[in-house]
Each structure stands twice: as C-alpha cells, then as structure tokens.
Design a binder for this molecule. Structure first.
Ligand SMILES: NC(=O)c1ccc[n+]([C@@H]2O[C@H](COP(=O)([O-])OP(=O)(O)OC[C@H]3O[C@@H](n4cnc5c(N)ncnc54)[C@H](O)[C@@H]3O)[C@@H](O)[C@H]2O)c1
Length: 301
C-alpha cells in the first residue's frame, strides 16, 4: 500500500534547495502539509534570503499541495520554536521533523578558526536541538512523532579537512541515541540519514557530471520511509545515495572480564590487547546496557 502522509504535518529545515527541497516535495506529494524552513544563506553560512524557501512553497502549491515558508535560522533557539509555532498556527499539529539544514566550513585542522568550529556546530547540532526541543512537547502530548537527523559519511567514518563538520555530524548520533530512548514511550522514533547527493554543498568537491547524476531524489525514499508511520524502528543510521542503501551501526565488542578482586595494569592490557581490541562477534546496542537484539526480543519484534 502507498505510504501516505494525509492529515500529517511535516517540518523540513533547510528545505529551500538540495536534499531538503526534495524531501519536502515528496512529503507534500504524499499528502503532508509542509513547513518549508530555510534561512537562505550561502553554503558557508553567510547571508540570508527568503527566496529559496518561498520558491519551494510555490512549487508545492503549484503541484496542488499545501505548504508554508519559515525563514528563521535553526541556530536560534527562538527560531526553532517559531518553526514549530508556524506548523501549529497554520495546520494545528506537527508529526514529522527532518533536521536537514547544513553548512560547510572545510579547512585542514591546523588552520581551523574558532569561528569555523562554532558556526558549523551552531547550524548542525544546536540547529537540531532548537527545533526538536520545540517539537518534543508536541510529540509527547499527541503520543506520535517521527524525526530524521542528518549525519554524514564524514561524521560516521571521517573525512580529511572536516574536523568541525565531522564532529558535529557524529554528535547527531549521540543526540539520536538519547532521544530514541526518551521518545520510545511516546511513539516518537528518531533515526539518522547519512546522505550522498549532488547539491551546492557537494558542488565544491564533486565534478559537475557527478553532481548532475547523484540527484537528491536517490536519497528521498529512505527519508520518506523513516518518517512514515509505517517505520517502527528507531535509532537506525541509514546511508543513502547514488542508488545505494545500507545501515551503519556502532557496535560493542565482546567484553574481557577480569572481576573486581584485582586491579590490572597497563602491561596486562598490552598482553590482552588482541582480545580487548577485537570486534569479532560485536553487537549493536539499544542503550548503554542492553544489546539491540535483547531489546527487540523484549518488544516481541
Ligand atoms: N549533499 C551531500 O552529499 C551530503 C552528504 C552528507 C550530509 N549532507 C547533509 O545534508 C544536509 C542538506 O545538505 P545539501 O547537500 O542539500 O546542501 P544545500 O546547501 O543544498 O542545503 C542546505 C540548506 O540548509 C539551509 N541552511 C543553512 N543554514 C541554515 C540555518 N541556519 N537555518 C536554516 N536553514 C539553513 C541552506 O540555506 C540550504 O538551503 C546538510 O545537513 C548536509 O550537511 C549532505
């Protein structure tokens, strides 16, 4: 059966172009009313422009959908609340939040300024906090919510010249791992996308031919599924793009247990490093104590 968002309201940050625009168009096509947020600055976070968000709203309306623009910065606490208020004032509810807004300030670490670090963290990680902090009481109250955070291969695996961006994108995993637990009781699922697509952000690092071929549309199905009521999973990291989809995961290696009778020394660690450093038989975890398989079994999944 077709996945529908009829009767639902979605907020997509940074939806004035690139991936966010593609998510917003697909959700609107499937019946969602969409708050299209975009500050409209340049890829490095300079400036503001209302045109990109308005253009996407016009596109959605021209196709028969419903949308409203919001031009706040996700980096502003009040801005996050204003986006959620825009959803509630116009459509009376909020079901889906896609934290997508992003900028780049790539530079080798020895040349990275405090401003390069702070601006990237402000947009990516604080910018996810502000919006979700505002949405969270709404989700709890209606006992429903779907969230997608945006990480990156840089945040999961690392990329030269992106210490600020990579660290901020790894922080998304930490945010997801906590919110998936706090949201579980309220049917609020929190998952993370690590996309690859030709957009103005990747235009600086990809040849034009690749930018043209790697359409954001290749990422859209994964995000649409993750924010649908059909998706019952939470805490998943999905890499998507260029016609490829896979799950990525943090895993915990087998524990080497020594007991509490005797404190070991560094030489003991050295002697046992082969076992302690091994991830043979490693498992994904639901939380700090519980392997994912045990958690799913307890839910009858
Ligand atoms: N394109 C890729 O291959 C790729 C890879 C990994 C991660 N990502 C992530 O995907 C997301 C979307 O990136 P994209 O490639 O579509 O780039 P993009 O530049 O086309 O889109 C990002 C949008 O965010 C908006 N934005 C920036 N700062 C904002 C702020 N403070 N408040 C509100 N909006 C703001 C921009 O105006 C822009 O429209 C980003 O989080 C990016 O880091 C993209």
């Amino acid at each position: 059966m077709a996945i529908s968002f009829e009767g639902q309201v979605a907020l997509v940050t940074g939806a004035g172009g690139g991936l966010g625009r593609a998510y917003a168009l697909d959700l609107a096509k499937r019946g969602a009313k969409v708050v299209v947020n975009d500050l409209g600055g340049d890829p490095h976070g300079q400036g503001e422009n209302r045109a990109p968000a308005q253009k996407v709203v016009d596109e959605i309306k021209a196709a028969g959908g419903e949308a409203v623009a919001n031009y706040d910065s996700v980096a502003s606490y009040d801005g996050g609340f204003n986006m959620v208020k825009t959803a509630i004032d116009n459509y009376g509810r909020l079901d889906v939040v896609i934290c997508n807004a992003g900028i780049l300030r790539d530079v080798a670490f020895h040349n990275m300024s405090e401003d390069d670090w702070d601006k990237v963290f402000a947009v990516h990680i604080k910018g996810s906090f502000t919006v979700l902090r505002a949405a969270w009481p709404v989700f709890r109250q209606q006992a429903y919510g779907r969230v997608v955070l945006t990480s990156s291969s840089s945040g999961i695996w690392g990329q030269f010249g992106q210490a600020n961006y990579g660290a901020a994108k790894t922080a998304m995993l930490g945010l997801m791992n906590v919110l998936k637990q706090e949201g579980a009781k309220y049917n609020v699922n929190v998952n993370t996308i690590a996309p690859v697509a030709g957009t103005r952000l990747t235009q600086t690092v990809m040849p034009q031919e690749m930018v043209d071929r790697l359409k954001p549309d290749f990422v859209v199905p994964a995000v649409t599924y993750l924010v649908s009521k059909e998706c019952q999973d939470s805490g998943f990291i999905i890499e998507a793009g260029a016609g490829r989809f896979n799950r990525a995961s943090l895993v915990k290696g087998p524990v080497v247990e020594t007991g509490l009778d005797e404190v070991k020394d560094a030489e003991w660690i050295q002697q046992n490093w082969g076992k302690i450093g091994s991830i043979d038989g490693a498992v994904p975890m639901w939380n700090a104590q519980t392997p994912l398989a045990a958690h799913l079994a307890s839910k009858g999944q």
